[in-house]
Design a protein around this ligand. Structure first.
Ligand code: ZN
Ligand code: ZN
Length: 155
């Protein structure tokens, strides 16, 4: 994309969410291990997999909540509300709702940093040309057009 850049995708989940996920994993791991030591009747596969799989599920939930926080914040959404919904609506429904209802990613002008709609031909902050624009009506052109779809001018 010419002239506009998207934010980095790597650091969406805040470090504190990774920390919480690690603590959650350790606590659930210890809890299940103690349960299995007391419950001598449990079959061998359950003894091996339960202390790994169940804490992983809980830790993933913490990371998903962390993602909702970081992602809603960078999209300029109400991130506190969405994080609380992700935590308190049971069975991950808040997280699923978030992915259905989240706003599109804003793009930022590479010259002035103004947030803008991905389809804009010109930056609303500084007026620099972002996408190919019609020389006649200045609206955004799609790749491959030989004529402007808005005004019919040859491009
Ligand atoms: Zn700009
Ligand atoms: Zn035009």
């Amino acid at each position: 994309m010419m002239g506009a850049q998207r934010h980095d995708h790597r650091a969406v989940i805040p470090a504190v969410a990774w920390l919480i996920a690690g603590v959650v994993f350790a606590i659930v791991f210890l809890f299940i291990s103690v349960l299995l030591i007391r419950e001598n009747e449990a079959p061998i596969p359950a003894r091996i997999f339960a202390p790994i799989v169940i804490p992983l599920i809980f830790a993933s939930y913490a990371l998903a909540v962390g993602y909702v926080y970081g992602d809603s914040k960078r999209r300029g959404m109400r991130h506190v509300m969405w994080t609380l919904l992700a935590i308190f609506i049971p069975n991950g429904v808040g997280i699923i709702l978030y992915f259905i209802l989240r706003d599109p990613m804003p793009v930022y002008c590479s010259r002035c940093g103004h947030p803008m709609n991905p389809g804009f031909a010109f930056c609303p902050g500084c007026g620099s040309n972002i996408l190919p624009a019609c020389p006649s009506c200045h609206r955004t052109l799609q790749p491959g057009w030989t004529h402007c779809a808005w005004c019919g001018a040859r491009v």
